[in-house]
Design a protein around this ligand. Structure first.
Ligand code: MLT
Length: 396
């Protein structure tokens, strides 16, 4: 008798969006070896600023601790060290959100836990995702054999879909500031989603990976909304906030108030983590702790301002060219309409071939993304300026 495979994997697209883009870039580089060095990458949201000095110092110190018998540490707590959870708890206090340490689980990044969380959800969950959407929400649910419904968005709702009777689902994925559109829910809009979920017993899986880009009175966390602790799990990351894309650290918040069938999801998640996860590396957690030090906060704010300035350079160019866009104000992503009536992939090819600039075709994020294109502000300032200069030449 042969082992069975999970046949749901066969229902997935051939490759993950960013792997497909990387494949196309490799192909282009092979065909254009003399121009390969001119390529400017504004596709995948990977940061370019190095880790802040305070983080590096903390990591070096932690590494040296690991090299001495008296301060060496082996397995750590699966849910993360108290020193880091306490800092995250304090960070939420700053938004007026009071969390308990045991509600915070340190992870190796938001992406992993956004997929892993399905381990504690029902086998036949009905799932609602917004479209365009971060492909991880869709692909992980296809893998799990769940049924997926799409809340379409577009210019008519500023790419911020709102609840509708027929959107009832067990799990509702929301991302704000949104990846890929950069659009941000305000308090009233987020309250409408929280009320919708509470009335129906749905659980919101809230991705706040880009919250550090939020300015003004927009919510950073879903828990700033009344009643959200009974209806939402939040996923966040140090990747974009502090340059941890390669170092890997994030956190997931599962409030004790969140219960279904009289069971606390917090307990299930703890059980899952203690069984399947051995925690994030001590050195990395010490680095993440330094993100909240006075020095760390200052350095991180400098990096975020740097990316904000890049976003401003992009949006200023689009304003000048009269091109529709969302994002770029409270987000590192700028979601622009593909010019000349081009499809997303045709604009991708044109930008790559004629400008040597890589972005992400909107269609890769779902059918409502067709005709749109995502640029990231995570490049260097010089490259952002140069990319915009080259893009403008298409309009002459
Ligand atoms: C993106 O480009 O959408 C992100 O970098 C993906 C991620 O954070 O996993």
């Amino acid at each position: 008798m042969a082992a069975e495979i999970n046949k749901h994997y066969l229902e997935l697209k051939e490759s993950y969006l960013f792997s497909e883009i990387a494949r196309r870039i490799r192909e282009w580089q092979a065909e254009n070896p003399d121009r390969a060095g001119e390529l400017i990458r504004m596709g995948i949201g990977d940061v370019t600023r190095p880790l802040p000095g305070a983080v590096v110092d903390a990591m070096i110190h932690a590494a040296s601790e690991m090299g001495r018998a008296e301060s060496f540490r082996g397995y750590g707590p699966e849910q993360g060290y108290d020193f880091l959870r306490e800092k995250i708890r304090g960070y939420y206090e700053g938004f007026g959100v009071s969390l308990k340490e045991q509600e915070i689980f340190i992870s190796d990044g938001a992406k992993s836990d956004l997929g892993n969380i399905l381990d504690i959800m029902g086998e036949k969950s009905r799932v609602l995702v917004t479209d365009p959407v971060y492909p991880v929400y869709v692909d992980t649910n296809v893998m799990a054999g769940h049924s997926i419904r799409y809340a379409l968005s577009g210019e008519e709702n500023d790419f911020l879909p709102m609840p509708r009777e027929d959107y009832a689902a067990d799990l509702i994925y929301l991302c704000s500031p949104n990846n890929p559109t950069g659009a941000v829910y305000d308090r009233a809009q987020l309250s409408a989603w929280v009320d919708f979920a509470r009335e129906r017993g749905s659980i919101i899986l809230f991705d706040s990976a880009y919250e550090c880009f939020v300015t003004g009175d927009l919510p950073h966390s879903v828990y700033e909304i009344e009643g959200a602790k009974e209806a939402a799990i939040e996923f966040c990351s140090f990747s974009k906030k502090a340059g941890f894309t390669g170092t890997r650290c994030g956190y997931t918040v599962v409030p004790e108030e969140l219960k279904r069938d009289n069971v606390m999801l917090n307990r299930l998640w703890l059980r899952r983590q203690t069984t399947k996860f051995n925690g994030v590396c001590y050195i990395v957690q010490r680095g993440a702790e330094a993100v909240f030090s006075e020095e760390g906060k200052k350095q991180i704010e400098e990096n975020i301002s740097y990316y904000r300035e890049n976003a401003r350079i992009i949006t200023e160019t689009l304003d000048r060219l009269g091109i529709y866009y969302t994002g770029g104000k409270n987000s590192p992503y700028v979601w622009m309409k593909a010019p000349f009536g081009l499809s997303s992939w045709d604009f991708f090819d044109r930008l790559l071939n004629e400008c040597r600039v890589v972005g992400t075709p909107g269609e890769g994020f779902g059918k409502s993304g067709e005709g749109y294109f995502r640029l990231t502000a995570f490049s260097t300032k010089e490259n952002t300026k140069e990319a915009m200069r080259r893009m403008e030449t298409l309009f002459r």
